[in-house]
Design a protein around this ligand. Structure first.
Ligand SMILES: [Zn+2]
Length: 308
């Protein structure tokens, strides 16, 4: 068996250098681990939102964490929206994930000065205190909504706390974003969860792995390790089984039609005012910055159709 076959999982992109997520089980099926590389995804977020370095570090971790916790969605119309509202200078972040590995994200204030001591990026100060809310719409009558206070602002700990508190799933989550003067050099993470049937020995084993100085995910990615190799390294179980994988991408689903629907939620007075500019209006999608133009006649006709 070749090394690369060993790490192949159903759904993994042919080109393994593409961003992807991989799920594995180990310890007789008592533990589940998910690894992700989201380098191009976070680089795309930086390109769209022009985030400063510390904002990129926070936003990149937030996007990567959102993708990790979204991984159990299966239905083709399932969506997960994660939102951080906080009192730090970044103010807020939103990430929408679907079940195909696509995400789109938004940051309230992309330009945050690093308040660190120069030795590193101070993500916790950039985020501050606040709330992490996750809204999962999997086609049930009501979406599932879970919310926790941020316990650190450093993102990985906050997602870990969310999983324990809101989804009663004890998890180990690590996230990392590597940056240099040219931008994002790597981004990724790992989430390890105990499954029903886990023994005290299993829990002890995973806790020891987590606390035993497991290297920074960003460092492992910079060394060229794939998500599957990082998961394998963390679990240290030769009986590991790679179950599934999928490509990850930053992909917005906006369209002229969707923007039209947004416009039609405005009141007639607002629409009249918008229509008063002869050149028409331009709406920018706040997830991908794509611009949509509407003539003043189009805006007027939305207003008229509402009055009917
Ligand atoms: Zn868009």
């Amino acid at each position: 068996m070749s090394t690369s076959n060993y790490y192949r999982a159903p759904g993994m992109p042919q080109d393994e250098s593409l961003d992807h997520i991989v799920t594995a089980t180990a310890l007789d099926g008592h533990v589940r681990a998910i690894g992700i590389r989201a380098t191009a995804t976070v680089a795309k977020a930086l390109e769209i939102h022009n985030t400063s370095p510390v904002a990129t570090a926070a936003f990149g971790r937030f996007i990567t964490g959102s993708l990790l916790v979204a991984d159990n969605m299966k239905g083709e119309n399932d969506t997960q929206t994660s939102v951080i509202k906080c009192d730090g200078p970044i103010k807020g972040m939103t990430c929408v994930c679907d079940s195909f590995g696509n995400c789109r994200a938004y940051v309230t204030n992309p330009i945050v000065e690093n308040s660190g001591d120069g030795k590193g990026l101070d993500i916790a100060s950039c985020v501050g205190n606040g709330i992490l809310t996750i809204i999962r719409d999997i086609g049930l009558k009501e979406p599932y909504v879970g919310s926790v206070e941020l316990i650190s602002g450093a993102i990985a700990e906050d997602f870990t706390y969310y999983m324990a508190k809101s989804e009663q799933t004890p998890s180990v989550i690590a996230l990392g974003v590597g940056l240099d003067s040219s931008g994002v050099t790597n981004a990724g993470g790992i989430m390890v969860q105990m499954l029903p049937g886990a023994t005290p020995e299993d829990i002890d084993y995973i806790e020891k792995r987590a606390n035993g100085g497991f290297p920074d995910v960003s460092y492992l990615l910079s060394e060229g390790l794939s998500p599957a190799q990082i998961v394998d390294m963390f679990l240290g179980d030769p009986e590991i089984k790679f179950l599934s994988s999928k490509e990850i991408a930053y992909k917005c689903n906006c369209s002229q039609d969707k923007m039209l629907r947004v416009l039609s939620t405005l009141g007639s007075d607002d629409l009249d005012e918008l229509a008063s500019t002869k050149e028409g209006i331009e709406i920018k999608c706040h997830f991908c910055a794509k611009k949509y133009e509407f003539t003043s006649d189009q805006v007027l006709s939305i207003g008229r159709s509402k009055e009917k």
